[in-house]
Design a protein around this ligand. Structure first.
Ligand code: TMP
Length: 209
């Protein structure tokens, strides 16, 4: 297999930051340049992981203990890695994923207050060598993001302070791993953001789009 960063690109950020639009635009661009692309999301991506997603996004904000919630996210992730992400990478595809392990650190760690070392231990066990080659953190003011979020689900109901903590968490995670992570100013036009992302992909992976 080729060396260098895995062609596994994760999109992270708070609610309503425009991740899915940018994933679609990048997938189109990669495909137009002749690349095979798998687009997927977390929690979810396999039948079992989508069942776990339903447990996580429905119901009252206090439905789960935070530990339960973190373990459910990692359980869904283990399924997703085994059945979708690793096979696609082995088949030479790009994998574009709407959220991944940084969301657990941000939401369950910085947001819900779980121990960050414990979450990193779980992450190392479950993700192992399949860390993303590039993580794009879509950064947007909390109020604006929440106003744009399309659904009213569990995490959107957790309050503005919670969302502020996780926004700060994402920025800290990105600052700690500057090779892997880039912060994207998501409060711009979709075209400007898409052009910046295409440039970052070219620079990181040595492809032309
Ligand atoms: P989505 O709205 O981006 O599809 O994601 C579903 C929700 O799940 C979102 O509010 C963020 C939350 N989430 C976590 O709390 N921890 C995680 O590890 C992941 C992947 C998502």
């Amino acid at each position: 297999m080729a060396t260098g960063p895995l062609r596994f690109v994760t999109f992270e950020g708070g609610e309503g930051a425009g991740k899915s639009t940018q994933i679609r635009l990048l997938a189109d661009r990669l495909r137009a340049a002749g690349h095979a692309v798998e687009v997927t999301r977390e929690p979810g991506g396999t039948k079992g992981a989508e069942e776990i997603r339903t447990l996580l996004v429905e119901g009252g904000a206090g439905r789960w203990q935070a530990e339960t919630e973190a373990l459910l996210h990692f359980a869904a992730r283990a399924e997703h890695l085994a059945h979708v992400i690793r096979p696609a990478l082995m088949a030479g595809k790009w994998v574009l994923c709407d959220r991944f392990a940084d969301s657990t650190l941000a939401y369950q760690g910085y947001g819900q207050g779980l121990d960050l070392d414990w979450l990193w231990t779980l992450r190392r066990h479950i993700v192992g060598p399949t860390e993303p080659g590039l993580t794009l953190v879509m950064d947007m003011p909390v109020e604006k993001g929440l106003a744009r979020a399309e659904t009213e689900q569990r995490y959107e109901r957790m309050g503005v302070d919670f969302h502020r903590r996780l926004g700060a968490g994402f920025r800290q995670l990105a600052a700690a791993e500057p090779d892997r992570c880039r912060i994207i100013d998501a409060a711009r036009s979709r075209e400007e953001i898409a052009a910046e992302i295409a440039g970052l992909i070219e620079a990181r992976f040595g492809v032309s789009l």
